[in-house]
Design a protein around this ligand. Structure first.
Ligand SMILES: [Zn+2]
Length: 582
């Protein structure tokens, strides 16, 4: 856990304009800055950044949030990573045990410099090697694509890197995996006579390399080892370059090789990324599903490809949601994406991707494989095999679909499958309890907006008039408490939002902030609106009480004291400005 006080300090030391400007060109427009929205496609800018509120908001698609939220949404980082990223920019140290024991910022920093230096060296070497250039040309790659992916060449020789690093004995070179120390302390370059693919993190830093052999040789691909900078299960090759295309098409294609990514990009398919020589992890799937609604895994059509796909399927089960699509594309056995797109063109590849097998279908295929469904044994085995997978599938509607498919294939009924697999019954979403007539929640919501805009008003909230039990009322209570604790900087929406992150109030507060950006109360009229809102709340309370007394009267009659109260209330209602009873 990162302490809240640190988040608030970090946001206090961070300017959202700087953060967003690192990724988007911002133009001044009055008090705010604008850009074309990175989260939906548009021609005229409706994405607005407010330096005063430390908040971004898109008037087109409604995306909004703090500087932390922007980094998460834009870079697909998790909360902790986004905070680490901003903290590094602000020169702050995140005061928590690492969420994972990897990146030791102090150990990683000098290594990042070495990797950047090495990437530069390999790039220069590529220019000097006609053999490597010919190889890339023969694969149909242009200079522009080679530059976009920062391709390089590690020359043949044992200590090529000593040209770039006069201190070839430096421990850092071993630590970042560029140099191998053999027996007797003899050192030599890990990558020799290979085309080099730098692997970047989401901030664009080189964290590792993939080296591909030129022509024949083993291994075909050689990767950097895991280092303090580089953890294979968390990174994806080509992601920084693919991000704009992923966003534009709202889909991402996952392939197995670096060359596949680059070849697809060469043919105009820019939304491909590759795993790093390991099976895809749930973490990577999670990252991809944050960036796009459709993820297509592309595998070779052979037995190994099928196996890899089955592993990918498992990594998806707990990540996929009902509004996301995961699909599996199998190429002809003799092809990989690189050879396929070169031979048959982008159109054919995209058509294959469009027709990729949806997750549920692939899962059913996998489950059916090797079972004889004509026999009772085969049908029972089917359900038995499905159970551990169904339990892990988190998307309720998708799971229901699968249960139906399984019922069809197995001859069990749907409730039988649910019982056999011990699945929680899909909860029918309760219709929201209808608010009683004239329910004051819109008024409470208005108070939320007023308090965010002018926290001092929190001290004057008429708590007795605020009907308990509503989400709005609870959020208002939490907001008032935050003001009282001094956690709420006036006008700084980013900090307000982060204060409520991961609380039950987050969604509501987030909505309220967006409403405020779209329709802010006039500075001068705040006082009047507040007074009017409180008055309306009072009237709503009066009306509510009249109604309940009337009802009791009809049911059981009223005692004299209640009678007097009713008359008093009716008089109050009479006296009120008619406008208040709308
Ligand atoms: Zn937008």
């Amino acid at each position: 856990m990162i302490p809240e006080s640190f988040i608030q300090e970090l946001l206090g030391r961070t300017d959202i304009v700087d953060v967003i400007e690192r990724h988007l060109p911002l133009k001044k427009a009055g008090a705010n800055l604008v850009a074309c929205c990175p989260f939906h496609s548009e021609k005229t800018p409706s994405f607005s950044v407010s330096p005063a509120k430390q908040f971004y908001h898109c008037f087109g698609c409604g995306a909004h949030g703090s500087a932390i939220g922007f980094i998460m949404a834009y870079s697909g980082l998790g909360f902790v990573e986004a905070v680490e990223d901003l903290a590094a920019q602000a020169g702050l140290q995140v005061p928590s045990e690492k969420a994972n024991g990897r990146r030791q910022a102090s150990a990683a920093a000098p290594l990042a410099g070495l990797m950047a230096e090495a990437a530069k060296y390999y790039k220069e070497q590529l220019k000097a090697s006609p053999r490597a250039i010919d190889y890339l040309k023969a694969r149909g790659l242009s200079g522009e694509i080679a530059a976009r992916y920062g391709l390089g060449y590690a020359p043949d020789g044992w200590q090529g890197l000593s040209v770039a690093f006069p201190d070839y004995r430096s421990q850092g070179l071993v630590d970042c995996g560029l140099v191998i120390e053999g027996e007797g302390g003899k050192r030599y370059d890990r990558f020799r006579d290979r085309v080099m693919f730098p692997i970047l993190d989401s901030r664009g830093n080189v964290i590792g390399f993939g080296g591909r052999v030129i022509g024949q040789g083993e291994p075909k691909y050689l990767n950097s080892p895991e280092t303090p900078l580089f953890e294979k299960g968390r990174e994806l090759y080509g992601l920084p370059q693919a991000r704009p295309a992923i966003r534009e098409g709202n889909s991402v294609i996952v392939v197995e090789g670096y060359m596949d990514v680059v070849a697809l990009a060469q043919h105009g398919i820019g939304n491909a990324v590759a795993t790093l020589g390991t099976a895809i992890t749930a973490y990577q799937v999670h990252k991809l599903l944050r960036l796009a609604d459709r993820v297509i895994f592309c595998f070779d059509g052979d037995q190994a490809g099928r196996k890899a796909a089955a592993r990918a399927l498992e990594a998806c089960l707990e990540q996929v949601a009902d509004d996301k699509t995961v699909a599996f594309l199998f190429l002809p056995p003799e092809d990989d994406p690189d050879s396929f797109v070169r031979a048959r063109g982008a159109g054919a590849f995209l058509e294959m991707a469009r027709r990729a097998t949806p997750l549920t279908d692939f899962l059913m295929q996998e489950l059916r494989a090797g079972k004889d469904l004509a026999t009772a044994e085969g049908r029972s085995q089917l359900v038995h095999a499905a159970k551990p997978l169904l339990v892990r599938l988190q998307a309720p509607l998708l799971r229901l679909q699968l249960v139906k498919l399984l019922a069809q294939a197995s001859g069990f009924s749907q409730p039988e499958i649910e019982a056999l697999c011990e699945l929680p019954v899909v909860a029918r979403r309760k219709a929201p309890a209808r608010s009683p007539r004239g329910a004051p929640t819109p008024l409470v919501r208005k108070l939320l907006r007023l308090i965010v805009q002018q926290p001092a008003l929190a001290a004057r909230l008429p708590h007795d008039l605020i009907p308990p039990g509503h989400a709005e009322s609870q959020a208002l209570g939490a907001l008032a408490a935050a003001v009282a604790e001094g956690n709420l900087g006036e006008q700084d929406f980013g900090r307000v939002l982060e204060h409520f992150r991961d609380t039950g109030h987050e969604a509501l507060i987030s909505e309220v902030l967006a409403e405020l950006v779209e329709a802010e109360f006039d500075e001068e009229s705040i006082e009047a609106v507040f007074t009017d809102t409180v008055e309306r709340l009072r009237q709503a309370a009066v009306r509510q009480e009249i109604e309940s007394l009337n009802e009791k009267n009809k049911r059981a009659g009223l005692v004299p004291e209640e009678m007097r109260r009713l008359q008093q209330l009716l008089a109050q209602k009479q006296a009120a400005k008619p406008a208040a009873f709308d």
